[in-house]
Design a protein around this ligand. Structure first.
Ligand code: KG4
Ligand code: ZN
Length: 355
């Protein structure tokens, strides 16, 4: 088997999803298995870190075994290992990092640690048996890219000059966009995590019935706490009728979040030369964000890349592809770095490549 036909075994445990995947250098995902912890955290209305790390410990290694078995691949046959090392919940990250290090030491496989956000940036280029390779037929995204990464923990706009050359143009001053969706869902009794529920409910409502102001801060900055407080006030109004008004409120709330996100994208389109536009992270699963991002991409003639829905939220496949990028870059530069003995600061460390 040539190197390019081989797979990285990737592990993602940065928050509350345990995920493992086998990923090829061109972004093809041979298989991915996820264990969601949503039910365990639902009663608390948010992720409880201690519960999250314990749950990862229980399910991670059985998930790795199952993935290898299902795809008839032996651990010793994979090209290497990739694991998320930061940012995230420290206990959850440690479970993934220590497990990956143990596997690397047992097998002498090379290990690369990956920044979770680099994973989200890689996600739009993933594909599998159900989807086409987005880079096929000369459609590979051309640099520089403008990347809107929107998740439960992050909301940032990146200027990406090459695979591993990222500049943050702007970020949120308070809540992340996903957090804003989740907080609204909690206030409205829609369950956790709430983004997908708000999305569903918003389809039955009309945006603009509740008047919210689009956030237009300078320096590509985002802010959602004011919008959240406005929605909270609307919910508390004595005239608010949950049956009649909730879908309209959800639609208005979703629309102002999406418009505030895309306002900064428009600013970037006006100020910078970019040749590809990517929307990624859990919130990129949002129907309205996708539709409006698509319209903006057409208007500015900058092609849009957004991951298939299963690679929007946290997943190991994106960590595997970013892992390949780290490797490729190091090899281009002819560098070989030994794996660090400490779990801290692991990002970008490498064991020596097996020849
Ligand atoms: O990327 P992700 O899985 O985790 C983090 O890295 O944070 O993102 C999870 C976030 C949650 O806040 C969830 O409510 C949100 O993504 N989300 C959505 C949708 N699906 C997931 N938000 C809006 N619309 C959706 N359809
Ligand atoms: Zn994430």
């Amino acid at each position: 088997m040539s190197l390019s036909d081989q797979y990285i075994l990737a592990i993602e445990t940065s928050c509350d999803d345990t995920s493992v995947a086998l990923v090829r250098q061109d972004g093809f995902v041979l298989g991915q298995l996820q264990a969601s912890q949503d039910q365990r955290h639902q009663v608390f209305g948010g992720v409880v870190p201690e519960i999250a790390s314990r749950a990862h410990t229980e399910v991670l290694m059985p998930l790795v075994d199952k993935l290898l078995q299902q795809n008839q691949i032996k651990l010793s046959d994979v090209a290497g290992l990739a694991v998320t090392s930061r940012p995230g919940l420290i206990g959850s990250l440690l479970v993934g990092v220590v497990s990956a290090k143990t596997l690397a030491q047992m097998t002498d496989l090379p290990l690369v640690s990956v920044n979770h956000l680099h994973g989200h940036i890689a996600a739009p280029l993933l594909w599998d048996q159900k989807t086409e390779n987005p880079s096929l037929g000369g459609r590979a995204p051309k640099f520089p890219w403008l990347v809107l990464a929107v998740s439960g923990g992050h909301t940032s706009l990146y200027y990406v000059a090459s695979h591993l050359d990222f500049k943050i143009l702007g970020t949120t001053r308070d809540d992340a966009a996903g957090e804003a969706f989740d907080k609204f869902a909690k206030m409205a009794g829609l369950g956790f995590p709430g983004g997908a529920e708000v999305d569903k409910l918003a389809r039955q409502g009309q945006p603009g019935i509740f008047k919210f102001t689009t956030v237009t801060l300078p320096d590509y900055a985002f802010s959602f706490s004011g919008i959240k407080s406005a929605a909270e006030r609307a919910l508390r109004e004595s005239a608010f009728d949950i049956k009649l008004d909730l879908a309209n409120l959800a639609a208005s709330y979703q629309a102002v979040i999406v418009d505030s996100l895309l306002f900064q994208v428009e600013q970037a389109f006006s100020n910078l030369e970019v040749r590809s536009f990517m929307v990624t992270g859990g919130v990129s699963a949002n129907t309205e964000l996708r539709a409006k991002a698509e319209a903006l991409s057409k208007q500015h003639k900058v092609p849009l890349f957004a991951p298939p829905l299963r690679y929007c939220t946290d997943n190991a496949a994106m960590i595997g592809l970013a892992g390949w990028w780290y490797w490729d870059t190091r090899f281009e530069q002819g560098q070989v770095v030994q794996v660090s003995a400490s779990p801290a600061n692991l990002e970008g460390d490498f064991t020596k490549w097996k020849h």
